[in-house]
Design a protein around this ligand. Structure first.
Ligand code: NDP
Length: 500
C-alpha cells in the first residue's frame, strides 16, 4: 500500500547536532496500529541522555539568542519548504505510526507547513510595545526575551502538528528546545529533526530525546535548566507536571483533554449537521482532543437526526488508513481499545440506548489491527459518565434537550472546555452561543474540529492552565516580557516621585 521506506531499523536521539544512541541501549518497537507490524525501534533513553540534551541546549541558547530574529526565521522558511517537498513521505509515515487516514495525515502535515511559514514571518515582527514615560527625557518600551531552554512533551495523536505549534515559536523567539515525542509515534520527530538539520539549524538548538514519559518526561520536568515545559496530553499526567513545575516556579503550559459537543438546534440544516458530526466524531477514529463525543440535540429534531446519522455511519469505510478509500482508521493500541470497551459497558449500565456499534472489528485483515466500530448512544443524560468523561475513541452520545438555554448549560456542565459547536440558522442564537459557550474554541455551523494555526488553540477549565498553543498566543509561552527604561535626562529622575 505504501512505497515509503525507512532506512533505519533503530532510531537515534538527536543531541547537539549528532545522531546518538540512547545511553541505556534499550529499545522498544513502534507498532503500526493498522496491522500490528513493527515499523522501527525507538530508544528508551535515560536521565543522563536528558541531561546531555539540556547541556547542549543550554550552551547553544546563548549564541542562538544573539542571532537576529529574521535570520532565525530563515531557517524556519527552509524547514517549511522541505516539509512541503516531503509532504507525501511525512504523511504516509504518519499514517503508519498513528493510524489516521492518509487524507487526515496530509492535513496534519500541512498544518505543520503552515506553522513554519507563519512563525517564520514572526521573525520580522516579534512585536514589543513602546509607550510614553511619565517623566521627561525618558523612553519606555517592552520587548520579548527568550526564556532559555524549553522542554516540549507531545502526544501521539497529532505527532507533527503539535510539535510544530510548540517548537517553531520557541525557536524563532531565540530559545533552544529539548523535545520528547510520544513513544508510540517517534517517526515524525525523527523526520522533523532531519529536516531541521538539513535546513542548517545550528547544533544544540533542537534536541530530540526518545523514551518513556516516566523516565525522559519526568527528567525534563525535574531538570533545573529547563525553564518552561510545554505539554500536550492527558489530564492526569498534566496535573502532575503542573505540581512539579509549581514547586520549582517553572513556567508550564498545558493542553489536555476534551469532552466536546456539537449542539444541533431545531432550525439547523440537518444534512450539514450530520456531516459535521461524522467528521468531528469519527475522524482520527475519535482520538482528536477536539473530537465531538457529545451531540446535544433539540428534542424536536432528535429522531430525524438519529435516522440520518445511522444512515451515514453505515457508509463509513473502516480499515488501514493508507488505503485512500478508507474513512476511519484503527485505534492507537490495545490498551485504548480496552478503555473504549469499558465505556461501552458503562454506557449500557447507565441506561443509555446503544443505537450503533459498540464492538471491536476483527474480521479478515482487521484481525491484525486495532479497530472499533463507530458507535452511537442515544437518550444519554448529561450526568452519565459517558457524557462526562473523555473516552478517546469513536463513541458519540446523543443528549436530548428542550431549549437553547438548556443546550448551553449541558455543553458547559463538564470538567473540560476545549471546543464546542452549534448548528443553527438563527443569528441571535449564534451570537449568544459564541458568548456563552465556555470553551477555548467555538464553531458555528461546522463540527468541533478544524483549527487554523494563526488563531490561538487551547481550552478553558480542566483542558488547560490558561496558556494557548498556536497563533500569536504561543509566543507568550516562550518569551518573557522585559520592560526597558532609557533615561536621557542626565540626572536621576525618580518614577512616581519626581513627576511634575
Ligand atoms: P499522555 O499524557 O499519556 O502522554 C502525552 C505525553 O506525555 C507523551 O509524550 C508521554 O510519554 C508523556 N508522559 C507520560 N507520562 C509522563 C510523565 N509522568 N511525565 C512527563 N511526561 C509524561 O497522553 P496521550 O499521549 O495518551 O494523549 C492523549 C491525550 O492528549 C488526550 O487526553 C487528549 O485529549 C490530549 N490532547 C490534548 C490536546 C489539546 O491541545 N488540548 C491535543 C491533543 C491531545 P509516552 O509516550 O512515553 O507515554
Amino acid at each position: 500500500m505504501s512505497s515509503i521506506t525507512i532506512s533505519e531499523e533503530k532510531l537515534s536521539n538527536y543531541i547537539n547536532g549528532e545522531w546518538v544512541n540512547g545511553e541505556g541501549k534499550r529499545y522498544t518497537p513502534v507498532i503500526n496500529p493498522a496491522n500490528s507490524e513493527t515499523i522501527v525501534e525507538v530508544p528508551l533513553s535515560t536521565v543522563n541522555d536528558v541531561d546531555n540534551a539540556v547541556k547542549s541546549a543550554k550552551t547553544a541558547q546563548k549564541e542562538w539568542a544573539l542571532v537576529p530574529a529574521p535570520q532565525r526565521a530563515e531557517i524556519l522558511y527552509h524547514v517549511g519548504y522541505l516539509m512541503k517537498e516531503r509532504k507525501e513521505r511525512l504523511s504516509q509515515l504518519l499514517t503508519m505510526e498513528n493510524g489516521k487516514v492518509i487524507e487526515e495525515a496530509r492535513g496534519e502535515v500541512q498544518e505543520g507547513i503552515d506553522m513554519a511559514f507563519y512563525m517564520a514571518g514572526e521573525g520580522r515582527r516579534l512585536f514589543g510595545q513602546t509607550t510614553p514615560s511619565e517623566l521627561k527625557d525618558k523612553f519606555a518600551m517592552s520587548v520579548r526575551a527568550p526564556v532559555g531552554v524549553v522542554g516540549i512533551i507531545t502526544p501521539w495523536n497529532f505527532p507533527i502538528a503539535i510539535a510544530t505549534w510548540k517548537s517553531f515559536p520557541a525557536i524563532v523567539a531565540g530559545n533552544t528546545v529539548v523535545w520528547k515525542p510520544a513513544t508510540e509515534t517517534p517517526l515524525m520527530a525523527f523526520e522533523l529533526a532531519k529536516i531541521f538539520e538539513e535546513a542548517g539549524l545550528p547544533k544544540g538548538v533542537l534536541n530530540v530525546v526518545f523514551g518513556s514519559g516516566s523516565e525522559v518526561g519526568e527528567a525534563m520536568v525535574h531538570h533545573h535548566d529547563i525553564r518552561v515545559i510545554s505539554f500536550t496530553g492527558s489530564n492526569d499526567v498534566g496535573r502532575n507536571i503542573a505540581g512539579e513545575c509549581g514547586k520549582q516556579l517553572k513556567k508550564v503550559s498545558l493542553e489536555m483533554g476534551g469532552k466536546n459537543a456539537v449542539i444541533v438546534m431545531d432550525d439547523a440544516d440537518l444534512g450539514l449537521a450530520v456531516e459535521g458530526i461524522l467528521w468531528s466524531a469519527f475522524g482520527t477514529s475519535g482520538q482528536r482532543c477536539t473530537a465531538c463525543s457529545r451531540v446535544i440535540v433539540h428534542e424536536n429534531v432528535k429522531e430525524r437526526l438519529e435516522e440520518r446519522l445511522l444512515v451515514e455511519m453505515e457508509k463509513l469505510t473502516i480499515g488501514n488508513g493508507l488505503d485512500e478509500t478508507i474513512k476511519v482508521g484503527p485505534i492507537i493500541n490495545t490498551g485504548a481499545i480496552e478503555k473504549i470497551k469499558q465505556y461501552i459497558e458503562i454506557g449500557k449500565e447507565e441506561g443509555a440506548n446503544l443505537l450503533a456499534g459498540g464492538y471491536v472489528l476483527d474480521e479478515g485483515e482487521k484481525a491484525n489491527g486495532n479497530y472499533f466500530a463507530p458507535t452511537l448512544f442515544t437518550d444519554v443524560t448529561p450526568s452519565m459518565r459517558i457524557a462526562q468523561e473523555e473516552i478517546f475513541g469513536p463513541v458519540v452520545s446523543l443528549i436530548p434537550v428542550k431549549s437553547f438555554d438548556e443546550a448551553i448549560e449541558v455543553n458547559n456542565n463538564v470538567e473540560y472546555g476545549l471546543s464546542s459547536s452549534i448548528f443553527t440558522r438563527d443569528v441571535n442564537r449564534v451570537f449568544a452561543a459564541q458568548r456563552d459557550l465556555d470553551t477555548g474554541i467555538v464553531y458555528v455551523n461546522a463540527g468541533t474540529t478544524g483549527a487554523e494555526i494563526h488563531l490561538p488553540f487551547g481550552g478553558t477549565k480542566g483542558t488547560g492552565n490558561g496558556h494557548r498553543d498556536s497563533g500569536l498566543a504561543a509566543l507568550d509561552v516562550f518569551t518573557e516580557w522585559k520592560s526597558v527604561y532609557v533615561d536621557y535626562s542626565g540626572k536621576l529622575q525618580r518614577a512616581q516621585i519626581d513627576v511634575e
